[in-house]
Design a protein around this ligand. Structure first.
Ligand code: PLP
Length: 406
């Protein structure tokens, strides 16, 4: 076994989830389209990457901006807030998948107006989810309380404060912040917890976050059909993983038999990898200090785990150096992203180096890289991409320092 093979894990419990895609509800995309300023994120063709990897197509679904925020997170958070507020005002739930929120954003806004002064939205975050919840609270005229780990970058904390949130800095890791947010919400009586990770007794809202993400996959399938024709399918989808909520949405939407969902995690916060290897959820203790800040999580979400265990075909783990190389290479293609977002390109490259990758990455394959973030820290992005010019994409032998799979 080479050093590189140890960075791809073929999930021993994987099984094709036939029919899983049917469970994606239609209401959700309709709700998102009703939000002022909501627009689809681009699906960017990357023929240079397709050549490098030896497949027919690579596309980058680039979550550079959603509702003015630089990541995909508000897509899940908005549906989850809609469900949480619906429950708070005692609205009937139980339509479609048992997670009904409001049909339109206006319905949500009207109901939230009646909760002003009574309810504060809260969550723990490693950056984007908390910013998204704070942003929604501001739009709806509600307060927000966001719990962050002590080592979060100043730029991320400032962005959350900029949404008018009270930021509570928790000594310890993201997982410590999750526990604190849960304890305080239970104690406070006025905090409406909108967490994207779940634990025993708290799964409904995190499941609504996952349901909300379905809009991203609906869009991707439509955009691919527009680019390649109605019959176009995704053969391999690569997704970055923190607690695995987004990956579980990818599994639910795409892993219906023909599409393989592949995960990408930091080597230093590889909780999904470790869990798949052990056959049960495993905690990877912090501190998690990867520069892939959105992926610094030590525990897979309870609600996400069953789908991930059956639906992830292969797991990859990538180093910070590989993520930075991927940021630079995406910059050369005109895609401005962060280390967390670029993890999927780094994961694809790890996969390609594996001796079994040929079964997924065939000459006729279509690969979609889910790039979950735009630029969150412009100063650091400028440093990382110094000297890169569009149209100068490098080979992966240059970026990883190793030759490709024979
Ligand atoms: C930019 C980015 N990408 C990916 C993820 C991973 O999502 P999940 O925690 O649902 O696995 C996160 C989570 O915070 C993120 O911020």
């Amino acid at each position: 076994m080479t050093h590189f093979e140890s960075h791809v894990l073929w999930n021993p419990a994987w099984s094709a989830l036939r029919g899983a895609a049917e469970r994606v509800p239609r209401d959700v995309a309709r709700f998102h389209r009703s939000m002022p300023g909501f627009a689809a994120s681009p699906l960017v063709p990357a023929p240079e990457l397709a050549d490098q990897v030896g497949v027919r197509h690579v596309f980058v679904k680039h979550e550079q901006e959603r509702l003015g925020l630089p990541s995909f997170k508000v897509v899940g958070a908005s549906w989850a807030v809609s469900v949480a507020v619906a429950r708070e005002v005692g609205r009937e739930v139980g339509r479609e998948v048992g997670q009904a929120g409001f049909t339109t954003y206006d319905d949500l806004a009207r109901a939230a107006a009646g909760l002003r002064g009574e309810v504060v939205l809260s969550t723990a975050t490693d950056g984007n989810h908390g910013r998204a919840v704070a942003h929604l609270a501001r739009l709806l005229g509600l307060g927000s309380r966001i719990f962050v780990p002590a080592d979060m970058s100043e730029a991320r904390v400032d962005a959350i404060r900029g949404e008018g949130a009270e930021v509570v800095v928790v000594e310890g890791s993201y997982d410590d912040a999750v526990r604190r947010a849960a304890t305080e919400a239970a104690r406070s009586g006025n905090e409406l917890l909108v967490s994207d990770t779940s634990w025993p007794g708290y799964t409904e809202i995190p499941e609504a976050v996952v349901t909300g993400y379905s809009t991203i996959f609906t869009e991707t399938v439509e955009q691919l059909a527009a680019a390649l024709g109605e019959d176009a399918g995704i053969d391999v989808a690569v997704v970055p993983v923190g607690v695995g909520a987004f990956a579980s949405a990818a599994v639910r939407a795409l892993a219906s038999g023909s599409c393989s969902v592949v995960s990408a995690e930091p080597t230093s916060a590889d909780c999904l990898w470790q869990s798949l290897a052990s056959g049960e959820r495993v905690v990877v203790p912090g501190p998690h200090e990867s520069s892939m800040a959105g992926l610094n999580c030590g525990e897979v979400s309870l609600a996400a785990w069953p789908l991930l265990q059956r639906g992830i075909r292969a797991a990859t783990r990538v180093s910070d150096i590989e993520a930075v190389a991927a940021v630079r290479d995406l910059a050369a293609l005109g895609v401005a992203t962060s280390e967390s977002g670029a993890a999927s390109l780094a994961g694809l490259r790890r996969l390609r180096l594996d001796s079994r990758a040929g079964s997924l990455l065939r000459p006729a394959s279509t690969v979609v890289l889910f790039d979950t973030e735009g630029v969150t820290d412009p100063a650091s992005y400028a440093d990382l991409t110094a000297g890169v010019q569009a149209g100068t994409s490098r080979t992966d032998a240059e970026t990883t320092g190793v030759a490709g799979r024979a």
